[in-house]
Design a protein around this ligand. Structure first.
Ligand code: ADP
Ligand code: MG
Length: 240
């Protein structure tokens, strides 16, 4: 589904966000990307969605070569990807139903099919009873569930989430992660960036840890393992 080969990203400011990153994520995987603030997590997500292009190296997402693909194909790529953000990014003037439907309207889904899909995904996130509420009438956790429904409405192959629990309390965060896990069980590939390593350790999933733009850990079924982390660090080389 996703392949990063020797990816470097240097912003115009001169900031080296990624400094030689390699990994592969297969169809159907559930992967956490963890690391401190400023380590390069959001940059990595933006290379998957092609909000940014790599400075060097090769990114492949669902057969699309990110650096070389034509701009005209970007909407086709994005249709395969559901995106979830820390700040939910709902449209405040639209109802829950309209927010979710909007993602399907943009890609031209036929009205009947879209209405059915909205009903289904609002059911998945358990918010059918709030379909006609406005986003600001909902709790943070509910707003994020609307955003998850919106990410699913086009039945994407991949869901990427950048700090989806960053604005939520620990208990709500757990339920949001459980929901994403459930979506993954139905075959959707899920990639989540977070700096909440406690939450991640409890979930026993693959964890890719980045530090200063380098991968320092890539473990299946991870619990925290300091020894492996230290070994990976010495292989990856010193800090910038
Ligand atoms: P994280 O999401 O892990 O906090 P980011 O990917 O946002 O990390 O940032 C990695 C590094 O790249 C930081 O040093 C940050 O300041 C820098 N950076 C991120 N986005 C930009 C940008 N648009 N322009 C310049 N520098 C950026
Ligand atoms: Mg970030």
């Amino acid at each position: 589904m996703i392949r990063f080969e020797n990816i470097h990203k240097t912003y115009k400011s001169g900031s080296d966000a990624l400094r030689g990153v390699n990994f592969k994520i297969d169809d159907g995987e559930f992967v956490f990307i963890i690391g401190k603030s400023g380590s390069g997590k959001s940059t990595l997500i933006k290379l998957i969605t092609r909000e940014e292009k790599p400075s060097r190296g090769y990114v492949l997402v669902d057969r699309f070569p990110i650096s070389k693909m034509q701009s005209a194909l970007v909407p086709v790529l994005r249709r395969q990807i559901g995106m979830i953000f820390q700040d939910f990014r709902l449209i405040e003037s639209k109802t829950v139903f309209e927010n979710v439907a909007f993602a399907g309207e943009i890609v031209g889904m036929p009205k009947r099919k879209l209405e059915q899909m909205v009903e289904i995904v609002l059911g998945v996130v358990d918010l059918r009873h709030k379909a006609h509420a406005m986003p600001l009438e909902l709790s943070g956790g509910e707003q994020q569930r609307v955003a998850i429904a919106r990410a699913m409405v086009n039945d994407p192959k991949l869901i990427v989430a950048d700090e989806p629990t960053g604005n939520l309390d620990p208990q709500t965060s757990e339920s949001i992660m459980a929901l994403l896990e459930e979506i993954n069980r139905n075959g959707t590939t899920v990639v989540i960036c977070t700096h909440d390593s406690n939450l991640v350790d409890r979930m026993k999933k693959r964890v890719i840890e980045i530090e200063d733009g380098l991968i320092v850990r890539d473990e299946l079924d991870s619990g925290y393992c300091a020894q492996i982390k230290e070994a990976a660090k010495s292989v990856a080389g010193g800090k910038k």
